[in-house]
Design a protein around this ligand. Structure first.
Ligand SMILES: [Zn+2]
Length: 370
């Protein structure tokens, strides 16, 4: 899910908003201002209704964000980096950069989100007891929404929080992270199918819009659960194989002072290279690929050096020829990197790419090596 703009940074973590979230924001505010609020607060003038609708919508948005911040807070405390929080049409997602190392950490990170939602539900329930109808009514609505948000997320379907809690418990019981992901993902597929079925049934029997909405969320979860399942089986297959089996030992080196236009002319178009190690007098200093080159606008290629556009080596995870492929692949997918340098004592001895890993998997499948 690509974010369209970054709203703010909280604890150093960017909060991104997808365009689809704005649709939900507008729809919610419109339905509050024209349907729910005028009915409940008949004496309030239109201006007041609009203000209450705006405040309620913002607080709803804040509630979803607070739920995600709950996950982020506990992840950061367990020294797990978080790439960002994304808000999109189905709610929010905290993008945790790597899998927690223990079942306990997974459990705490997953449980923190619903816990925040339940605390907010309690807080809004207390506010709903105030004698001012224009506060009490939206507060009781927000209390209900937060309660639903917490409960819905506790459904045991991976990748929902409840699915992650379930996965942490299976992990604790079986001792195997891969196996627990598999079991949780299969359960997640079941929950997703149930949601799609229930949604379609509702759509035809009672409420078309609510039913279709539930079915859509189910479909989204089904995709996510199936993706996790495929990823877990892949990880399991790769766990015993070292990086040295697939890494390319021939590493094209380019000087750090070269401009991007010369780099593209000589190396990319000229020699067909797509990934190069950038070196200076001290040795290798960074990695440059098509992704980094294309990030710099073409008009600035003649003024930008490879050193300015590269990803410095110290920002990349340390991979050695003995690192298991499963670990290398997990770094690449979580950080969205096409490839990684393989380093021994400060020297780049090879490159490992997602493509090479997938080719190995395919080769092993065709040879029926599992
Ligand atoms: Zn959550």
């Amino acid at each position: 899910m690509k974010m369209n703009f970054v709203l703010a940074k909280i604890w150093g973590v960017p909060v991104g908003i997808h365009f689809s979230w704005l649709i939900i924001f507008a729809l919610l505010m419109f339905s509050l201002a024209t349907g729910m609020l005028p009915g409940a607060l008949p004496t309030l003038p239109l201006f007041g209704i609009t203000l209450v609708a705006l405040a309620t919508t913002l607080l709803f948005f804040g509630s979803v964000l607070a739920h995600e911040l709950g996950h982020v807070f506990v992840a950061l405390r367990n020294r797990i980096p978080v790439r960002g929080i994304s808000l999109f049409i189905f709610g929010g997602v905290a993008q945790i950069e790597k899998e927690p190392e223990s079942a306990g950490a997974e459990f705490r990170i997953a449980a923190a989100g619903p816990l925040v939602s339940f605390l907010l539900a309690g807080l809004f329930f207390a506010l709903a007891q105030l004698p001012f109808e224009f506060i009490a009514f939206p507060a009781s609505w927000l209390a209900r929404i937060n309660l639903i948000l917490g409960l819905f997320n506790l459904l045991p379907g991976f990748p929902l929080d409840g699915g992650r809690i379930f996965r942490a418990l299976v992990w604790k019981l079986t001792g195997s992270a891969y196996r627990s992901t598999k079991i949780a993902a299969i359960t997640g597929q079941g929950v997703a199918f149930a949601m799609i079925g229930l949604g379609l049934f509702n759509a035809f029997s009672s409420s078309l819009a609510n039913g279709l909405w539930l079915a859509f969320i189910g479909w989204f979860l089904l995709n996510a659960a199936s993706g996790s399942l495929a990823y877990a089986s892949l990880q399991q297959r790769l766990s015993g194989i070292p990086v040295s089996q697939v890494m390319r030992r021939e590493v094209p080196q380019v000087p750090s002072f070269l401009t991007l236009s010369s780099l593209v002319q000589q190396y990319v178009l000229g020699l067909g290279k797509r990934a190069m190690v950038v070196g200076d007098a001290t040795g290798p200093v960074g990695l440059i690929t098509l992704a980094q080159i294309s990030q710099v606008g073409r008009a600035r290629w003649s003024m930008t050096t490879t050193a300015q556009a590269m990803t410095p080596l110290q920002e990349l995870p340390a991979i050695s020829p003995e690192t298991p492929l499963s670990e290398a692949l997990s770094h690449m997918t979580h950080r969205q990197l096409e490839l990684l340098p393989v380093v021994v004592e400060g020297q780049v001895v090879g490159l490992v790419s997602q493509e090479d890993v997938l080719r190995l998997v395919e080769t092993r499948q065709r040879l029926k090596l599992g």
